[in-house]
Design a protein around this ligand. Structure first.
Ligand SMILES: [Zn+2]
Length: 445
């Protein structure tokens, strides 16, 4: 047997641990994995030496915003940034695009907008909004990986929230389909309107209790219906115990947090620095430490970007007013390095990072061929130098807009190459993809 490609690495991050290994690719899939010096015959052979070989990351929380708000981001730019950041699959959020993905017609419109533009594979979340109950099963059958809802104003009028009864009403049919409801969990009743340049006031306006009250509702709805529910972008670490308790009780609940909650602390955010605004907010260093412990304990299942950019004039208004600025952080391209920078300092390994950022999100979205270096999986791979330090230069980011709170930060760990379905993506200096976009639009499974 002559394989198309063999990649050898002394640090291959396999599901059962990191070790020296050779990964053989046939067509677009991993065909064999054996010891480093295995005598595989191949048309092309790459020896990464001490560079780590990771499964391509799966980022289940990306707002691409196309069609309708393509000036905010878009499939071409988002997926270029993803490729440069070692992400080989994204799941696009159903809102901020126009139309939002709340019907099969809207899904088809989005898929048409994405076709031919994607450098990596793209799957889609559907939306659960008031009045679209009849659309859930057709969307599921059309291949969405699950459904997103909000418990409060989403920030865009075309994607209204569900109340507690609405969440239960959506979860019933989702249980029958064995789909998942992913929830932006903040309770509007605990949130105060705020304006001004003071970051502390903004954080105080969205206290941890706002997350707690909303998560309580999600847990009771999941318990009552037996359906799968998932908390997106958990920021308030005090909710970790509640989530752990629900899991221990057999309730089908999972949770994610984001690189910015694990990397930044509110104390470091200058007044008027609206590039740090997201909802729920980045909290203090004590909360960050507790969030890390929740992740390390396995209560938090995934780390995904919540990449949610917008044009600079909306993100960084001259006023520096946190009430005025769009809430969303652009980090698709730097997520892996940001998480690894802190994780390695804490004595965590690349096995942990691969579980949080590849296998965990793939399992959430039911993408069985993604997120793990195993025979039969898609040959989505990343060569990663875990020791290289680099400074984030916004001008070198592939996101449509270069605004990011990571600007000027020194991060550790750099993506050197990304392969999608066995094909190398990155050109000179490992910066941006080369050639033609060959990403596929994925259905669940
Ligand atoms: Zn989001």
């Amino acid at each position: 047997m002559v394989y198309d490609l063999v990649i050898r690495s002394r640090r291959a991050v396999l599901p059962d641990g990191t070790r020296a290994a050779a990964v053989a690719v046939s067509g677009s899939t991993i065909a064999a994995i054996d010891e480093y010096a295995a005598p595989f015959g191949a048309h092309r052979e790459i020896d990464l030496g001490d560079l780590a070989l990771l499964p391509g990351l799966v980022d289940t929380h990306v707002h691409v915003n196309e069609p309708g708000r393509t000036e905010w981001e878009g499939f071409a730019t988002a997926t270029r940034a993803a490729a440069a950041g070692g992400v080989t699959t994204i799941c696009d959020m159903p809102l901020n695009s126009v139309p939002p993905t709340v019907s099969v017609t809207a899904l088809r419109e989005k898929q048409a907008a994405a076709a031919g533009k994607c450098w990596i594979d793209v799957a889609f979340w559907g939306g659960a909004v008031p009045g679209n109950g009849d659309c859930l099963l057709p969307l599921h059958e059309a291949g969405v990986v699950g459904f997103k809802c909000f418990t409060l104003d989403s920030g865009v009028p075309e994607f209204p929230p569900l109340d507690a009864a609405g969440i239960r009403a959506a979860l019933g049919p989702l249980a029958a389909m064995d789909s998942v409801l992913i929830v932006h969990a903040e309770d509007a009743g605990e949130i105060k309107a705020v304006s001004g340049r003071d970051f502390g006031s903004f954080v105080a306006s969205r206290p941890p209790v706002a997350e707690r009250r909303a998560i309580e509702k999600v847990i009771s709805a999941a318990a009552a219906t037996g359906a799968r529910a998932h908390i997106v972008h958990l920021s308030a670490a005090e909710c970790v115990a509640m989530i752990a308790g629900a899991k221990a009780a057999g309730i089908r609940l999972s949770a994610e947090t984001c690189p910015h909650y694990l990397y930044f602390a509110a104390e470091q955010v200058p007044d008027g620095a609206t590039e740090f605004k997201c909802c729920p907010p980045i909290r203090d260093a004590i909360n960050r430490e507790a969030l890390w412990r929740g992740l390390e304990a396995g209560v938090i299942d995934c780390v995904v970007s919540d990449h949610s950019p917008c044009p600079p004039e909306l993100k960084s208004p001259d006023s520096g007013d946190f009430g005025e600025a769009w809430g969303g952080i652009a980090s698709l391209q730097v997520s892996l390095s940001a998480v690894w920078t802190v994780a390695r300092r804490r004595g965590r390994t690349l096995d942990d990072v691969a579980r949080w950022m590849a296998a965990g999100p793939a399992a959430l979205a039911g993408l069985t061929a993604k997120g793990r270096l195993v025979v039969g999986a898609d040959a989505d791979l990343v060569a990663f130098d875990p020791d290289e330090a680099w400074v984030v230069d916004p001008a070198r980011l592939e996101h449509r807009h270069p605004v990011t709170p990571y600007a000027g930060r020194t991060l550790t760990g750099r993506v050197r190459q990304t392969w999608l379905a066995g094909a190398a993506l990155l050109g000179a200096e490992s910066r941006a993809p080369d050639g033609e976009p060959a990403g596929r639009l994925l259905n669940r499974g």
